[in-house]
Design a protein. Structure first.
Length: 451
């Protein structure tokens, strides 16, 4: 059994049966049978069922949000957005079903066409930091493209996934087509990755585990999409609106208690405005409301687990230099908002993914120095650039090795646009207008017209 703890209280919220390897095998068989029928459903009818699923999510949005608060410690405002994002992803994917078309390619001697066909059974291994939306990133387009989906949620956060599967059935999604398999990564996760009946694995999590999954998939020539770690820069130039940049900085790395691979945890500030920036940003960090995630006023909740709390602590020097906010004492996995200064750029907190409410601020001299520092990491997922100079914004955007950049903003993820990383931040892209094609095979057919 898996024990689900409330990160804010350490109380047991639920116990959930852990899926065995044999149960994964049976689930794959059910999914394969359901997928063959699903792929034959008329596109308009497939889209209609997905929209019904979206309506069911919308009707239970508050219930799903409250579940997310209890199992993941997310603030209620964030949790409502996450449930709404699942609804929107299903609607967006449904709109692509009837537009999933191939091409006609000019060739001599006949007609050449391409056909996009579903892969079959897709395995999705979702993380605990955003259990609902990230699961939907793959599930919605995979179903829309005609596949079956087996979703393995993280051990600590299975409840919203299980409820989504129930809502899918209530909405008319065929039995066996979308199944949730809670369990340990070393058991249920490995069984999904290694099963010959699973055509593709979509994994979101650590770079270390992603490499292991990629190696196992390579041995079976199995498709894989990986969304892995990040150490995203927040580059603040002297010509920027410094007040706006400073005001936006705290929640750029404190949202979800910093448990976000897109968190802007390396704040790079041009030296001529470095001291002024610190003066502006400090009050914002110190005033962040950390507490009960069910309280509407709370801005930051707890970390997910005791193990994560201990891990984050290892990155913060005993002799803290920087800015620190407040956090509750007593039960719960609490860590205060923390901004570290006077660190060497090679210090662990400056170049490794902390995955907690901790950021470092480093000075840079000029544009070239900013790019050098921004790229001085094995990751390349996201980042922000603050400047009033459009030419500089374009130059730096082209020079920074990251998959998702924002100018004068910290936005990284929109379901309308592609998302993914460079370097060890991952492989492949999710979301955006091409989301469905990532779950298809391209078949080429040539028809001779010669007599």
């Amino acid at each position: 059994m898996l024990q689900v703890l409330n990160p804010a209280t350490e109380e047991v919220v639920a116990t959930v049966p852990s899926t065995t390897a044999a149960e994964v095998d049976a689930a794959v068989a059910r999914a394969a049978a359901a997928q063959r029928h699903w792929a034959a459903v008329a596109p308009a009818d497939r889209a209609r069922l997905l929209r019904r699923f979206a309506v069911a999510v919308d009707e239970h949005l508050e219930e799903l949000a409250q579940l997310e608060v209890r199992e993941a410690g997310h603030t209620i405002g964030n949790a409502r957005w996450e449930a709404g994002n699942v609804r929107d992803l299903l609607d967006f994917a449904a709109g692509g079903v009837e537009r999933l078309s191939g091409r006609q390619i000019p060739v001599p001697g006949g007609l050449d066409i391409t056909i996009l066909e579903p892969l079959g059974v897709v395995g999705v291994i979702a993380p605990w930091n955003f259990p609902m939306p990230i699961a939907a990133w793959a599930t919605a387009p995979a179903l829309a493209a005609g596949n079956a989906v087996l979703l393995k949620p993280a051990e600590t956060t299975p409840l919203t996934a299980l409820r989504l599967a129930e809502l899918a059935l209530e909405a008319g999604i065929p039995q066996g087509l979308f199944q949730v398999l809670p369990g340990e990564g070393a058991v249920a996760g490995d069984a999904l990755v290694e099963h010959p009946g699973v055509a593709k694995i979509v994994f979101t999590g650590s770079t270390r585990v992603g490499k292991q999954i990629m190696a196992k998939c390579a041995d079976r020539v199995k498709r894989v999409t990986l969304e892995l770690g990040g150490k995203s820069p927040n580059i603040v130039f002297a010509d920027s609106d410094l007040e706006a940049a400073a005001a936006a900085t705290p929640m750029s790395f404190l949202d979800n208690a910093g448990q976000d691979c897109c968190a802007r945890t390396r704040i790079l500030v041009q030296r001529s405005v470095y001291d002024r920036f610190l003066d502006l940003v400090a009050p914002g960090i110190e005033s962040v409301v950390v507490g009960d995630p069910a309280d509407e006023k709370t801005q930051m909740g707890p970390l997910i687990s005791r193990a994560q709390l201990e891990r984050v602590r290892t990155y913060v020097p005993e002799e803290l230099k920087g800015v620190r906010g407040a956090a509750p004492e007593g039960p719960g996995f609490w860590f205060p908002p923390t901004l570290l200064t006077d660190l060497d750029p090679g210090a662990p907190a400056a170049c490794e993914e902390v995955f907690g409410p901790v950021a470092v601020v480093l000075p840079f001299e000029d544009e070239d120095d900013a790019v050098r520092l921004a790229n001085a990491t094995e990751y390349g997922l996201s980042g922000s650039i603050w400047t009033r100079d459009v030419g500089r914004a374009i130059r730096v955007s082209r020079a920074v090795a990251a998959g998702n950049l924002s100018v004068n903003s910290h936005s990284s993820v929109r379901y309308w646009t592609p998302f993914g990383g460079y370097k060890q931040s991952g492989l492949g892209r999710e979301l955006g207008p091409d989301a469905l094609t990532a779950f298809t095979e391209t078949k080429n057919v040539f028809i001779s017209t010669e007599a």
